[in-house]
Design a protein around this ligand. Sequence first.
Ligand SMILES: [Zn+2]
Length: 370
Amino acid sequence: MSIRDPKISFKQPAPFRRALNKRIQEYFKTEGKSRRDVPQMYLKTFMIMLWLWSSYALLVFGPGGTLLTIAMVISLGMATAGVGFSIMHDGNHKGYSQNRVVNALGAYTLDMLGASSYVWSHKHNKIHHSHTNIDGVDTDIDLGFLGRMTPEQPRMAMHRFQHIYLWFLYSFLSVKWVYFDDFKDVIRGRVGQVTMPRPKGKNLLVFLGGKALHVTIALVIPMMFHDWTLVLGLYMAILAVQGVVMATVFQLAHCVEGVSTANVEEQETYIDKEWAVWQIETTADFAPNNWFVTWYVGGLNYQVVHHLYPSICHIHYPALSKILAEVCEEHGVKYQIHPTFTAALFSHVRWLRRMGHPSTVQTSQPQLAT
Ligand SMILES: [Zn+2]
């Protein structure tokens, strides 16, 4: 059901959140660590940017050859997704630095990659983070008729095969985002059912300038040196790699077995759980002991901590997840962790199969009391 600007409230008071905040504060105090401006982040940013630009230089100005071209397409697809995970995400959540210019620069890397940081801040920070896995508000679980992500969404016969065909559609995520979704959201002045002020002044300049800069770097400059059909084909391939990688990381956090979902049926909806507990129930971690995954996805494999403390630099997430696990244990809250990337991946496939199966009947806001 489509309800414009639904109001969703959560249970109060929030003893779990209070206890957790206290422990997190104690951690930073006793360890003498800063929540933002972590030196490793600056080094990491340099490394990822080096990866990105050396891949670009090798692809556009390098010696060519089929193998090198394929390797650089995959490398660029992964490096651009890495910029999104590790630099843009912290910057846009203001978790990179105390300095707002540094955060803005981090956020603007998304504009360079072709997608709007302005729209993202509304879609991701305000809508997805506040109302995770609530159908009718959270656009991250809204694939339209193409996919059924929650039991509350209507089922169509083709969803029977969504665990197979969605992987192909994930490869179009980036191109749709850059050239369709951003423009649609800005023109309509809303993201899904939630109103978004249209960008003006500096925000509009960054929106349009970012799109122009991206097209110049990704298409115009390469076309000065290579045939335009080849450039366009490789560009689409890079966006396809980036799309599959990003969609996978998004989905492993919220569309796996065991997570809670709900939907909006009223203008004002009350969820009978405190907000922090809802975040933990709708989100799952994966591969916590895999250092490469943790590095590459910008700590988003510790997605639960990220949802609770998005403005703390992601370098801290592994340590904070241990505190979170203790507090969850004390309060009887189930903290969901898939031990490996593969385990989470299979869980996502099983979730898609279950949502697409005729036996999974459509339910109506099982977690809500309105
Ligand atoms: Zn986030």
